[in-house]
Design a protein around this ligand. Structure first.
Ligand code: PLP
Length: 388
């Protein structure tokens, strides 16, 4: 038995592992679990993208190592996508880095830019993989509370001058996991200005960039004036194109950060399977109706779920983007107790808010990742608990 390194032991526990185990137990006991706990898109990848992968996999050129840092055609497809979707100009060679999914970039960036002990601003609640990036870089995490009364945006003047001056990096994520909040250009512009005053590199995680409701098209951080000078945006194909298992995304923006990420990735991976790169280019360059259709499916699920919960007396807010509903827990429970209660009594899995940080306490996260009928069934099961 070889002991684990101190670095490995310092990594935060993967809290989804315990949720998956609990759900697995219920399934083994033969219960019909409605799993709203995880963030795994339930619909298939659009056919034209799968077909592109299939034919690209037949090409022997793609059986070799891809060039370091990926194929130029994929970087160009990513740059063209940003121009078309957000009117943002990017140089494909210097301002785009291809990634093994957004997660790889998010986790690698602190190691690319920080030294041990350097300070990172991280939203709370937030996507737990930011913590892994902090731990791997042996950096120091300073949390920024996201509160409902501020539309789940951080309030920068709550941070002290010392915290701001010490911070080297800041993570942001809109549309937001877990709260479903969105951000607009005023907020992004304020962020760019803050970054300029304090020299903080901004990493905007745009994982849900393709999913907005009520006519909201999620805005890119790179649309803010001067954004490219102060940070990058991480875009993934996982959610927008239902490609979570394919592991492909890209970083876009500040040239020095892109160079650092590329250098790190040269050491870690060479690059992605060529056929996945071809299919990713097909997704970014091809027809975008699939994205609109997906959006309207999520919106219709959201409408049905949220109005159903309101009808049974649960006072919940509707997410504006992403595919998560962030639901206030009845006062008698902690978020973990309530998640356990729903799983035990109604066989519904949700993620306890505390799993996303201290400011997640008091909420649970439900993914709109099953059919409308199943979501209606979930509402009916909750109604039977007579909680509201
Ligand atoms: N960022 C957020 C906020 C997410 O919710 C996820 C996935 O759930 C990711 C990043 C990572 O996505 P991927 O690694 O599949 O690109």
């Amino acid at each position: 038995n070889y002991p684990q390194s101190d670095l490995l032991k310092s990594l935060p526990k993967q809290f989804f592992a315990s949720l998956t185990a609990k759900v697995g137990e219920k399934l083994e006991q033969g219960h019909d679990v409605i799993n709203l706990g995880q963030g795994n898109p339930d619909m298939p990848t659009p056919e034209h993208i799968v077909k592109s992968l299939q034919s690209a996999a037949d090409n022997p050129q793609n059986h070799k190592y891809s060039p370091f840092q990926g194929f130029p055609y994929l970087k160009k497809a990513a740059a063209d996508f940003y121009k078309r979707e957000f009117d943002v100009e990017l140089n494909p060679e210097t301002e785009i880095a291809i990634l093994f999914g957004g997660k790889a970039g998010l986790v690698e960036i602190p190691q690319c830019l920080l030294n041990p002990g350097d300070s990172i601003l991280v939203p709370d609640p937030g996507y737990p993989d930011y913590w892994s990036g902090v731990a791997l870089a042996k950096a120091k995490m300073v949390t920024m509370p996201l509160r409902e009364e501020n539309n789940f945006l951080p309030v920068y003047n709550e941070l002290s001058a010392d915290q701001l001056n010490a911070a080297k990096l800041m993570f942001l994520n809109y549309p937001n996991n877990p709260t479903g909040a969105v951000a607009n250009q005023d907020f992004f512009q304020e962020t760019v200005d803050l970054s300029r005053s304090h020299g903080i590199c901004i990493i905007h995680d745009f994982a849900y960039g393709g999913i907005g409701f009520d006519g909201i098209k999620p805005e890119s951080f790179l649309q803010a004036e001067g954004a490219k000078e102060v940070g990058i945006e991480i875009y993934t194909l996982s959610k927008t194109f239902n490609m979570a298992g394919w592991r492909v995304g890209f970083a876009a923006g500040n040239e020095s950060v892109i160079t650092a990420l590329n250098l790190m990735q040269d050491h870690l991976y060479v690059s992605l399977f060529g056929a996945v790169q071809e299919a990713a280019a097909a997704a970014l360059s091809g027809p975008q109706d699939c994205v609109k259709e997906l959006n309207s499916i999520y919106e219709s699920r959201r409408n049905s779920f949220i109005s159903g919960l309101r009808e049974i007396g649960w006072d919940v807010q509707a997410p504006k983007g992403s595919f998560f509903a962030w639901l206030k827990v009845p006062e008698q429970f902690t978020s973990e107790e309530f998640a356990d209660y729903l799983l035990d009594k109604a066989h519904i899995a949700v993620a306890p808010g505390i799993g996303f940080g201290d400011f997640g306490e008091g909420y649970v996260r439900a993914g709109l990742l099953t059919s409308e009928d199943r979501l209606k069934e979930a509402v009916a099961r909750i109604q039977k608990l007579n909680l509201f």
